[in-house]
Design a protein around this ligand. Structure first.
Ligand code: XIL
Length: 368
């Protein structure tokens, strides 16, 4: 099967990753084509600002991606900024672009402790009021796009992962208002509003073998096992994968085992927010790009073999718009290089590493 897939890849004009010093040809088939050859998908996040202003980026997105996710448009503070009305303008703009180009979309996100409007927490005055607010929101938002979204991040970042605190769940406005049941409520409401979108619990800080992340993995596994046992309609774990090229504790075996444990619960896995920060690396761009690419390849090689893994989304396709420069700035002030394309939209070593990782992944779909 692998040989057959490789033969057809060669016939389609795909080339293996080029030598380090040669740029990649932007006209070669994109990352989604490389992923799709194995039954995987590749996609990217896109901000509303870029969607309305950056036609060059949009052209590259169309060349590289088989799925889109909005960085901002489906969050509460976009749709519910005003307590008295819903504002779907940004989300609709993304849906329109995706429909025009026939690209599947992930929804991100229905429940999160961040990106909430200021009025929300004071409105959570009782369990009844809180449950109504949450379910009304999910009915309105997931209901509006029902049948048109491939996936929903139903709950984002529910696990605390703090070694000084014993509890697993993060103390959020929703936990305070509804207790752990907020997770059940959100998944049930999403399943009712849009039964066809894959329902995902999305988490960060589960990517490496370091102690607090291993603890977080175990807490997430316990939570998922409990949800599955109680028939809460969760279907997948999203691993955000905001990687750090300076992190040495990759522990590929532990990572592969974690994914196998998720799969053994009957859940799928999606790599939802892939990027590689470099603020612990020296300034040299070639050195950074090489280290970033090697780190990404090693991480993806541990993840992609498991057939429960459906695909990879990059949190931004190009370095030009990355959130990391404001959220995790380098001490020397240089821009970070976390994305497959550079700020001029050219393919980087990271692009080559991701393409090669897709090429090396076992095919999901048996070909006769
Ligand atoms: C980030 C966006 O990229 C920023 O533009 C925004 O201001 C804040 O949120 N984990 C998530 C994403 O689940 O929603 C975050 O996105 C990045 C971390």
């Amino acid at each position: 099967m692998i040989a057959a897939a490789m033969t057809s890849a060669v016939a389609a004009g795909w080339t293996p990753a080029l030598a380090d010093d040669k740029p990649f040809d932007n006209k070669l088939p994109g990352l989604h084509a490389r992923a799709r050859a194995k039954g995987l998908f590749f996609g990217s996040a896109l901000s509303s600002v870029a969607l309305s202003n950056d036609n060059d980026l949009l052209a590259r997105l169309l060349a590289e991606c088989g799925m889109l996710v909005s960085e901002d448009a489906f969050k509460w503070d976009a749709i519910r900024f005003d307590q008295t009305k819903f504002d779907f303008s940004r989300a609709d703009a993304l849906m329109g672009f995706a429909l025009l180009h026939q690209l599947p979309v992930r929804g991100h996100t229905l429940v999160w402790h961040e990106a909430n409007p200021a009025w929300l927490e004071p409105a959570l005055t009782s369990k009844t009021a809180s449950e109504k607010l949450l379910t009304d929101h999910i009915r309105a938002v997931a209901g509006r796009y029902a049948g048109r979204l491939a996936q929903w991040d139903v709950v984002n970042e529910a696990i605390l992962g703090d070694d000084k605190k014993p509890q697993a769940l993060r103390n959020t406005l929703w936990l305070r208002a509804l207790g752990p049941a907020y997770i059940d409520i959100a998944f049930h409401a999403t399943a009712e509003a849009d039964p066809r979108a894959l329902r995902v619990i999305n988490e960060y800080g589960i990517e490496y073998g370091i102690d607090w992340q291993v603890r977080k993995r175990n807490q997430l596994l316990d939570l998922c096992a409990d949800l599955v046992a109680r028939k809460v309609p969760i279907q997948a774990v999203g691993i955000q994968a905001h990687l750090d090229a300076g992190e040495v504790n990759l522990d590929q075996t532990g990572l592969a085992r974690f994914i196998a444990d998720v799969a053994s619960l009957g859940l799928k896995v999606v790599i939802t927010e892939f990027d590689v920060r470099d603020q612990r690396l020296p300034a040299s761009i070639p050195a950074r790009d090489t280290a970033i690419a090697a780190h990404a390849r090693a991480w993806l090689d541990a993840v992609l073999p498991n057939p429960a893994v459906l695909g990879v989304l990059s949190w931004g396709l190009s370095d030009r718009g990355t959130w990391l420069n404001s959220y995790f700035p380098r001490a020397d002030g240089l821009p970070q290089r976390p994305s497959p394309l550079d700020a001029d939209l050219n393919r980087k070593k990271l692009w080559g590493a991701m393409a090669a990782a897709f090429d090396a992944a076992p095919p999901r779909i048996a070909k006769s």
